[in-house]
Ligand binder design. Structure first.
Ligand code: NAD
Ligand code: ZN
Ligand code: ZN
Length: 340
């Protein structure tokens, strides 16, 4: 079968001769309908953050093709999402649905497309039926990015929900795959006023369409002053940084309020000094990772209610290298989804 293989730093190849896996036990074989392209792939490809070789693609959806002999409750043709972070399944966080925070994360390859074979392929082997989430009437091509581009911002927003009241401000940085979904989730689940930041005016226009009240180009040297002019002295109760670059992290620290939440989701290589005078008193700095499987069920419900729409651009799998280049250059709107 055809697949997009990560072989090592800057070495990605499309192959045609990968053996189609055969599920056994609790394993399930998925016929991939769509695989979302996440910016985290670029961190792997460009910097080798995860050892290869493996098939890329950690935002996956498709149809059940075949199930192992001990799987029940699923049949051929059912439309499903593949929950991405594959924990041990036994520790307390896994039992609580937070496989993204599995106790054994440091000693395991952590999911299809991130060390194990993922979904940029015709078929994907999922190690256990517990990792599937049914999507019923949703189109799996449109739904594939829900597994990360929606789940990750949803989980990040949920942990700050009590602070996102109508009298408060939230700053969202990076209006790409994750950020454009975050804007929709904020609009549907909170009353806070949204200030969106990006370095591209196209993305800022897009942010306005998605409900941001204010947009700021974070290339402006006075971006922090512009934000503080909007919020007044209280500043932003929550900052969601979907870039994580040195400049966005510095901006976040300047505009987050006392007793606020500075939530860094992007893996853009920045760092922060947490010290008196650098971060406001009372403020929590967190680096959340993905979300729980229960939260993915909630995200699917939001999508089925028509409250979030991932803006997708479809590409045939053969164009994957071009898609990664477009992503490096910030030329994708919303999320690119590869079709095998
Ligand atoms: P993307 O490429 O779709 O979007 C990135 C956006 O950031 C683009 O709109 C780009 O114009 C904008 N941008 C770039 N530099 C900027 C700057 N200095 N200031 C403001 N905006 C800037 O990326 P994505 O797939 O949405 O992923 C975003 C980040 O989140 C990546 O670093 C990715 O690795 C990370 N990520 C983290 C998790 C997690 O669980 N922590 C999960 C998924 C993705
Ligand atoms: Zn991702
Ligand atoms: Zn575990």
């Amino acid at each position: 079968m055809k697949a997009v293989r990560y072989l090592g730093v800057n070495d990605v190849k499309i192959v045609n001769d990968l053996v189609k896996p055969k599920p056994s036990g609790d394993q399930v074989l998925i016929k991939i309908a769509g695989a979302g392209v996440c910016h985290s792939d670029l961190h792997v490809i460009d910097h080798g953050t995860v050892p290869g070789p493996f098939t890329l693609g950690h935002e996956n959806a498709g149809y059940i093709e075949e199930v192992g002999e001990s799987v029940s409750g699923y049949k051929k043709g059912d439309a499903v999402l593949v929950y991405g972070p594959w924990g041990c399944g036994h520790c307390k966080p896994c039992q609580q649905s937070f496989e993204n925070y599995c106790d054994h994360q440091s000693e395991r390859a952590f999911g299809g497309g991130l060390g194990l074979d993922g979904g940029m392929a015709e078929y994907m082997l999922v190690p256990s039926s517990r990792l599937l989430v049914p999507i019923y009437d949703l189109d799996p091509v449109l739904a594939a990015p829900l597994t990360d581009a929606a789940l990750t911002p949803y989980s990040a927003i949920k942990r700050s929900l009590n602070k996102l009241t109508p009298d408060e401000y939230v700053v969202v940085m990076g209006i790409g795959g994750l950020g454009h979904t975050a804007l929709q989730i904020l609009k549907e689940t909170t009353g806070a006023t949204v200030i969106a930041c990006d370095i591209s005016d196209d993305k800022l226009n897009f942010a306005k369409q998605l409900g941001a009240t204010y947009v700021i180009n974070s290339k402006d040297t006075d971006a922090a002053e512009q934000i503080k002019k909007i919020t007044g002295i209280k500043k932003a109760k929550v900052v969601l940084d979907f870039v994580g670059a040195p400049s966005t992290m510095e901006l976040g620290a300047q505009v987050v309020s006392l007793n606020g939440d500075l939530t860094i989701v992007g893996l853009g290589g920045g760092s922060l000094s947490v010290a008196s005078g650098k971060i406001p008193f009372g403020t929590s700095v967190t680096m959340p990772y993905w979300g729980s499987q229960a939260e993915l069920v909630e995200v699917v419900a939001l999508a089925r209610q028509g409250k979030i729409h991932i803006e997708i651009e479809k590409f045939p799998m053969d164009r994957v290298l071009e898609v990664y280049d477009k992503m490096r250059n910030g030329q994708l709107k919303g999320r690119a989804v590869l079709i095998p």
